[in-house]
Write a protein that binds this ligand. Structure first.
Ligand SMILES: C[S@@+](CC[C@H](N)C(=O)[O-])C[C@H]1O[C@@H](n2cnc3c(N)ncnc32)[C@H](O)[C@@H]1O
Length: 180
């Protein structure tokens, strides 16, 4: 299991849906059918395509897809390469990212400056679901969606209903445990 195997709770997927045109076509390129991106988008009437490396579908081998949006939580270890491909394709997209590392690379600074970026900050910190299907503790970073062609403003904010996050533990309890 690598550090890329963290899965997104349904409540986090819901925060981006308000910005999408109803019934549009969405590609989730780092997702199996179990992903909450896939399940939530399908349940809201979007036409969803999904693909995942475990099914032999490497994002970097995909042809330019014919969709309205590309949305997911990608492997952070390859975030810059993924951004490069998404800007090349020039299809509106939203990818979850770590706010602490937001522009902490010349590549991302230049990409954002030249190509544009919109950011949806998520509060509180998102507790992702571990690869073993267990629930996880709150990470030490705040998450955002790095978007292009999706948000009406460059910086926006979303409050996640953490108490209702499917697949999450009671984070406050866990945090207190850790402090003991
Ligand atoms: C951070 S996880 C998120 C999974 C899912 N998108 C979600 O949010 O629940 C990223 C996933 O991308 C997969 N992955 C890694 N490299 C990939 C590639 N080149 N093409 C497609 N999927 C890849 C990983 O195995 C991992 O399951």
């Amino acid at each position: 299991m690598t550090s890329d195997e963290w899965y997104t709770p349904r409540e986090v997927v819901k925060t981006i849906i308000d910005y999408l045109k109803p019934n549009s076509r969405v590609l989730c390129p780092f997702d199996t059918e179990q992903s909450f991106f896939v399940r939530e988008f399908e349940s809201r009437g979007f036409l969803v395509q999904h693909s995942h490396i475990s099914e032999g579908k490497d994002f970097f081998s995909l042809p330019r897809p014919d969709v309205d949006y590309i949305i997911s939580n990608p492997p952070f270890s390859r975030f810059d390469e993924i951004l490069e491909r998404l800007y090349e394709w020039d299809i509106p997209f939203a990818m979850i990212w770590n706010t602490q590392r937001l522009f902490d690379s010349r590549f991302r600074m230049q990409l954002a400056e030249v190509g544009g970026v919109e950011l949806l900050f998520l509060y509180p910190r998102i507790t992702f679901i571990s690869g073993e299907g267990k629930k996880s503790v709150r990470p030490n970073f705040q998450s955002c969606y790095w978007c292009r062609g999706i948000l009406p403003q460059r910086i926006m904010f979303a409050f996640v209903e953490e108490g209702q996050c499917e697949g999450q533990i009671n984070m406050f309890e866990k945090e207190n445990e850790n402090e003991r």
